[in-house]
Design a protein around this ligand. Structure first.
Ligand SMILES: [Fe+2]
Length: 316
């Protein structure tokens, strides 16, 4: 069985911090799970984590609001193109009315594939999202005072990758990371890991003519997807396996304070990560209080006031 049981997190470059908080928290009912910083050089930018109230792996999407630095990224192939959230069957009308009320762009047509209805909508920075109707997702609902449980998001259902070529990537999914191909519908290929179902689904969208997207962190693209593994030992076992199969574009295990990360590029050019579940968000805030205070990793803790002073204030 695969060491990969599902998603850990997705990470995107967005525009303004407050606009991003409003999108995930006010609009989608996600919890701000952690408010910390990316320090790459001297200028801090926020690193904002959203997910369900427990901060469970597989519900997490994280943002770098890059407008502050003026860095934009080019959407294209070789990227995660769409983040798909699962919602209960029959909830798309609720969400369309909500998008109207809150000024969020969404596509006119409700579409379907693999027997699931879906609604495309857009983050203010342009990143594409789908809501996918399913009754198979038993994770806790992300409810809010104005989002009833019957319509609430349960977590990341799947991701859709844009790929110019798919043959080698299809092989990679099964041989390298243990996913099985479970369907094809036109240009869409669907893969599942572990028990399958919401949170364990990766789709390819074969787009042979789409230009190459950038792989830098910047506003307007999803930079990478992280899959959950238990420990660093599993990360290193995966890394060895990739090398043995000839996929040598892998990183060392990096300490990200709340988990450890090992990055690897899949053949179609999309940045993947294996993130460990053995640390978690409770190392600096009690469960029930995640995201309340600005947090810094130990190696930056003594610069808290200075770094916060250089970030625009946000309110949740
Ligand atoms: Fe990551």
């Amino acid at each position: 069985m695969s060491m990969i049981k599902g998603f850990h997190h997705l990470t995107a470059g967005v525009r303004h911090a407050q606009e991003d908080v409003d999108f995930y928290v006010k609009l989608l009912g996600q919890s701000l799970v952690k408010k910390t910083v990316l320090l790459d050089g001297e200028d801090p930018i926020y690193h904002l984590y959203y997910g369900n109230a427990n901060g469970d792996p597989g519900t997490l999407v994280t943002s770098f609001p890059f407008r502050q630095k003026g860095v934009t990224a080019r959407p294209g192939s070789g990227q995660v193109r769409v983040i798909n959230y699962s919602v209960p069957t029959g909830s798309l009308d609720f969400w369309r009315a909500r998008f109207d009320a809150m000024g969020i762009a969404y596509d006119n047509a409700i579409t379907a594939r693999f027997d699931e209805r879906r609604q495309r909508f857009h983050h203010p920075c342009g990143i594409e999202f789908d809501l996918v109707e399913t009754d198979l997702d038993k994770r806790p609902a992300c409810v809010a005072s104005d989002i009833p449980e019957a319509f609430a998001i349960r977590g990341v259902h799947s991701i859709t990758l844009s790929l110019r070529e798919v043959a080698e990537s299809i092989r990679f999914m099964s041989e390298a990371i243990g996913f099985r191909q479970v369907g094809q519908s036109g240009p869409y290929y669907r893969f599942e890991t572990h028990t399958g179902g919401p949170g364990m689904v990766v789709e390819f969208l074969h787009e042979p003519d789409r230009h190459q997207g950038s792989s830098v962190y910047g506003e307007g693209t999803i930079h990478h997807v992280a899959f959950a593994v238990d420990t660093m030992d599993q990360q290193m076992a995966l890394k060895e396996k990739f090398m043995a199969l000839g996929y040598i574009d892998t990183s060392e295990s990096v300490n990200r304070n709340y988990f450890r990360s090992m990055y690897f590029k899949m053949p179609g050019g999309v940045m993947f990560e294996a993130a460990t579940t053995d640390i978690g968000f409770a190392i600096d805030e009690e469960p029930g209080h995640f995201g309340e205070e600005f947090q810094l990793p130990p190696w930056l803790a003594d610069r808290k006031d200075e770094l916060l002073g250089r970030l625009e204030p946000i309110s949740v």
